[in-house]
Design a binder for this molecule. Structure first.
Ligand code: GLA
Length: 389
């Protein structure tokens, strides 16, 4: 059963009537441009078919009732009186409600069920997908419309102010405004987007290492602070405003670690712009090389890769049909991404999965949040939607 039909069936089981609306918001995979968004730089992600779905109806009260069927949890709160609580899925919903109320939108109570297939903690933006689906749900029942950009900014507010994670805007932007068949070059300063078509004979393969982040969100904020330190030393507002020659001129005054952090962000911004050009030229080979260089920079200069990610990326890069591969998302664990020859994508996925399991995963000590390693060939999907049929 598709997730759409599943949330509808779950809704009917609980509320004995069909839902008024069904909304969907996708996860994403980032092709290149990592840890650049909170530096006002460039990213090149695509929305994927893995998504969060909500079936819902307005309930003519001030209460919001939501069943998180994947977590066997049910939560509710009053739209006129709620506070931040301990971390739980409902906090994303409360955060979105708070931001919409702060901005003067009139909200209507609703009840619904949510389910999704974006793995959590895997670097595929399950939280942004939840935020964008909830944003669509509020729009559907309350009858207002806001732009995908604004919706994305609201989601980032939830992360930064409600959940206290200093993340950038990439995940929400691509979940809100993804376009079928394309990646999107996003300028994270102006929020301008440009379509980037996947090279004709290529396919994108997500490589889930089965490892999950454990208590590393602190590392994310640490990288954010290191970038801010680099900006102060270089005399720029954001690392987007620096180039390699400015960095070299200040090399002597910079702490070596801060120098490497800045070198990653500055070089990654340049690679991301080049990557978009290679896509316009339909040049999968060059795009793959840029992805390989991105991985090395994230591993060595920014130090956000991990053992499992490095293993699977090396295995992928060694395959004849692979144009390039890299870790994707925040890093440390979770998923990597490969660009491969489309004709052989399935054979590639099977071979890499087998080799990775044999050479690494099966022998490592198991960790509390481990999942099953998986590879999937994926196609760029549409951003968040309210479905009418
Ligand atoms: C996480 C954050 C994004 C971005 C990436 C790294 O996914 O949510 O804003 O910073 O890490 O590129």
């Amino acid at each position: 059963m598709s997730l759409k039909h599943y949330v509808i069936a779950q809704f009917i089981e609980r509320f004995h009537t069909p839902p008024t609306f069904v909304v969907r918001a996708p996860g994403r995979v980032n092709l290149i441009g990592e840890h650049t968004d909170y530096n006002d730089g460039f990213v090149l992600p695509m929305a994927i078919e893995h998504a969060v779905w909500i079936a819902l109806r307005p309930n003519a009260t001030r209460t919001l009732n939501l069943a998180f069927v994947d977590f066997a949890q049910h939560s509710s709160f009053n739209l006129d009186q709620f506070e931040r609580g301990a971390f739980a899925p409902i906090e994303y919903v409360k955060g979105m409600a708070q931001k919409l109320l702060d901005d003067g939108y009139e909200l209507v109570g609703w009840e619904g069920v949510m389910s999704g297939n974006v793995p959590a903690g895997a670097g595929l933006s399950s939280s942004a997908a939840v935020e964008m689906a909830v944003g669509q749900a509020f729009q559907a029942v309350s009858g207002f419309r806001i732009s995908p950009h604004q919706l994305a900014q609201h989601g980032q507010w939830v992360e930064n102010e409600w959940l206290k994670l200093k993340s950038g805007i990439m995940d929400q932007m691509i979940s809100a405004s993804g376009v079928e068949g394309h990646a999107l070059l996003i300028d994270c300063r102006s929020l301008a987007t440009q379509l980037a078509p996947l090279p004709t004979h290529s396919a994108v393969v997500i490589m889930d290492t089965g490892t999950r982040r454990n208590l590393v969100d602190g590392k994310y904020n640490e990288r954010f602070n290191e970038c801010a330190q680099a900006c102060r030393a270089l005399g720029v507002n954001k690392l987007r405003d620096a180039d390699l020659s400015l960095l070299e001129n200040h090399a002597g005054q910079l702490d070596p670690l801060i120098y490497r952090r800045a070198r990653h962000v500055i070089s990654e911004n340049a690679r991301t712009l080049q990557a978009c050009e290679t896509m316009r030229r339909d040049d999968a080979t060059q795009l793959g090389q840029l992805m390989n260089a991105s991985h090395a920079s994230l591993r060595d200069d920014f130090e956000v890769s991990g053992e499992a990610l490095n293993e699977i990326v090396e295995i992928a890069q060694a395959q004849a049909e692979c144009f390039g591969a890299r870790m994707t998302g925040g890093g440390f664990a979770g998923c990597a991404v490969a660009l491969v020859n489309r004709e052989h994508a399935n054979a590639f996925a099977e071979r890499v999965l087998h080799t990775y399991r044999e050479a690494y995963f099966n022998d490592r000590p198991s960790m509390p949040n481990d999942a099953t390693p998986q590879l999937y060939v994926c196609t760029p999907s549409q951003g968040a939607q309210i479905l009418t049929d």
